[in-house]
Design a protein around this ligand. Structure first.
Ligand code: GSH
Length: 216
């Protein structure tokens, strides 16, 4: 299986983490020549990462890829739990991390790296939105070892990159420790860094992020 993308992309990270948990071998690289070449657009017409090439199957959109991996490799460990209650909980944490933690964190990141104009009003709103989401997440995320408790799920695939971005950009906008006062999220993030499916990915992306922000 080949993943088109880069590990720092939070969307790509979801797919990497699902593969790591399932024990699926993969290679990863950015599309040659960029995201908008005719060759890459033929695989993913939106010209975004991630895209997965798995034999004859081409799959894009991170949530679709994660579900595809579980369906294609049912004998491997699941990321989406079987029971309605457990999958509901895992999918809810994933969605909250996606929409309400990662989105504002990415808005801040884009301002920092110059992909969006510096705008204090927009930054203050993104920061406030992210703080509200972290409070809500704190009310139902497990303190570990995984986001829903014992098992690694889709919730972890989404929470890990969302928290990497939140904790990396927060301090640049006056939030010294975005997890302070959110003990369940804080304990969870410390615990998941030691998980076998996640520790190498987290160490790698933390380093890339540090280099990226440090070089600005
Ligand atoms: N909804 C997509 C979002 C993917 C996405 O926005 N990826 C970014 C990288 S972090 C991208 O490819 N941006 C390039 C572009 O939009 O041109 C998913 O979940 O896979």
């Amino acid at each position: 299986m080949h993943i088109y993308g880069s590990p720092l992309s939070p969307f790509v990270a979801r797919v990497i983490l699902a593969c790591e948990h399932k024990g699926l071998a993969f290679t990863i690289s950015m599309p040659e020549g960029g995201l908008k070449t005719p060759e890459y657009l033929a695989l993913n017409p939106f010209g975004k990462i991630p895209t997965v090439k798995d034999g004859a199957n081409i799959v894009y959109e991170s949530n679709v890829i994660v579900a595809y991996l579980d369906n294609k490799y049912p004998k491997k460990k699941k990321v989406i739990p079987a029971s309605p209650a457990a999958s509901g909980k895992a999918n809810l944490i994933a969605k909250v991390c996606d929409l309400y933690v990662q989105e504002p964190a990415l808005d801040l990141f884009r301002q920092v790296v110059g992909r969006a104009p510096k705008d204090k009003t927009a930054a203050d709103k993104a920061k406030a939105d992210m703080e509200v989401a972290l409070d809500i997440l704190n009310s139902y995320i497990s303190p570990g070892p995984c986001a829903t408790g014992k098992s690694f799920t889709v919730a972890d695939c989404y929470a890990i990159p969302a928290l990497l971005f939140a904790t990396s950009v927060g301090p640049l906008f006056g939030l010294k420790d975005p997890l302070k006062g959110r003990p369940n999220v804080k304990k969870y993030y410390a615990a998941i860094k030691k998980h076998t499916a996640a520790k190498a990915h987290i160490a790698e992306t933390q380093k890339i992020m540090k280099d990226r922000l440090g070089s600005l």
